[in-house]
Write a protein that binds this ligand. Structure first.
Ligand code: FES
Length: 345
């Protein structure tokens, strides 16, 4: 039985045999398509699945992350055709790859941003240069921890050194960071990781939603977007519980003054109004819903507690945003991390 593979933007569908992989069918028919290992290991053959009946074969998690999988990205070499199928080539920005590095760093400063948020600044001693895209994260290995922990870079790539925001939770590694980490201590950093990075070719509006220390990657990508002269506008929502949880606001306000037509910053308290009663209150997702009824042409970046990220994602999809335009990394999502076999009829 033969099926047809349609590629968005390509005039002629490509015939495929039942059970053939998308990549095999395209190559057999002389259609150019990026690939390398042909075995689900490298990720070079990623494309967006739009419609049709497919079965996905096993692949390496390094080739396709759960976050990409949640955005309907599939591996053409590991996706069998079981009916007529519609796919889209990924924009080249979807393939941003930086060399994977292991850096030896030392603590430059460690200071309190709020009662339970620390700002950790590291200087890179060896293993660099460390290239990353704003919004990505790294794994930090501390001498007193048995396993590395994921933290997003809060600095933009052009800023010297590395900055991370650490929320201190009782009994965790973060508490030991506060109690035992000193200026000059060694920290090993590996990365970068993550697919929720700034797409700089985007010419439309940007929605950036941060909850708590989710402000770290949002700070990085908003700073980079302003520096790159992206046309925006950029709507930044920062949701925290109460006034004492707000941090980084002075800098955001400076950016807003420097770019009054470009950047709008909204701080939203979920539990208590500010002392003068001047803050917006409620869930940050409610503020987004009230302010932005039309999200046509937006790109969104979400970072914060998994419940907030999931609620925001649902809201944006219900307002018509395509999944490919909503970016959130796996450790900010509550959804299970394993890929689920995708059979669509
Ligand atoms: S070609 Fe390497 S994962 Fe498909």
């Amino acid at each position: 039985m033969n099926h047809l593979i349609s590629i968005a933007g390509d005039a002629h569908p490509v015939p495929a045999q039942d059970g053939e992989t998308i990549l095999d069918a395209l190559l057999r028919n002389g259609v150019g398509f990026a690939y390398s290992c042909q075995a689900g290991n490298c990720g070079a053959c990623k494309c967006e699945y739009l419609a049709g009946e497919i079965v996905e074969l096993e692949y390496s998690e390094q080739a396709l992350s759960p976050a990409e999988r949640a955005r309907s990205v599939v591996l053409a070499c590991r996706t069998q055709v079981r009916g007529d199928v519609h796919i889209r080539r990924l924009d080249t920005e979807e393939f941003v790859m930086h060399p994977s590095r292991v850096l030896q760093c030392r603590v430059g400063t460690l200071d309190a941003l709020t009662h339970d948020v620390l700002r950790l600044r590291l200087t890179i001693e060896s293993g660099g240069p460390f290239a990353f895209s704003p919004g990505q994260f790294a794994k930090l290995q501390f001498a007193f921890a048995d396993a590395p922990r994921d933290y997003s870079m809060a600095n933009a790539p052009h800023e010297t050194g590395l900055e991370f925001h650490v929320r201190v939770l009782p009994g965790g590694v973060s508490e030991r960071i506060r109690e035992h980490l000193d200026v000059g201590d060694r920290v090993r950093v590996s990365g970068p990781f993550g697919v929720s990075y700034l797409r700089q070719k985007h010419r439309g509006p940007i929605l950036a939603v941060a909850g708590s220390t989710g402000l770290a990657p949002i700070r990085s990508l908003v700073h980079a977007a302003l520096r790159a002269g992206m046309p925006g506008p950029i709507h930044l929502y920062f949701g925290v519980r109460e006034e004492r949880d707000v941090y980084g606001e002075a800098e955001l306000r400076q950016w807003m003054q420097a770019h009054p037509d470009l950047l709008r910053v909204h701080v939203v308290l979920s539990e208590r109004a500010g002392e003068a009663g001047t803050r917006r209150t409620g869930l940050v997702t409610e503020a987004v819903a009230a302010d932005l009824p039309d999200l046509t042409g937006f790109h969104a970046y979400l970072a914060g507690p998994p419940a907030m990220v999931d609620t925001a994602g649902e809201l944006l999809r219900s307002r018509g945003m395509a999944a490919r335009d909503i970016h959130a990394d796996a450790f900010y999502r509550a959804v299970p991390a394993q890929p689920v076999p995708h059979v669509a009829v």
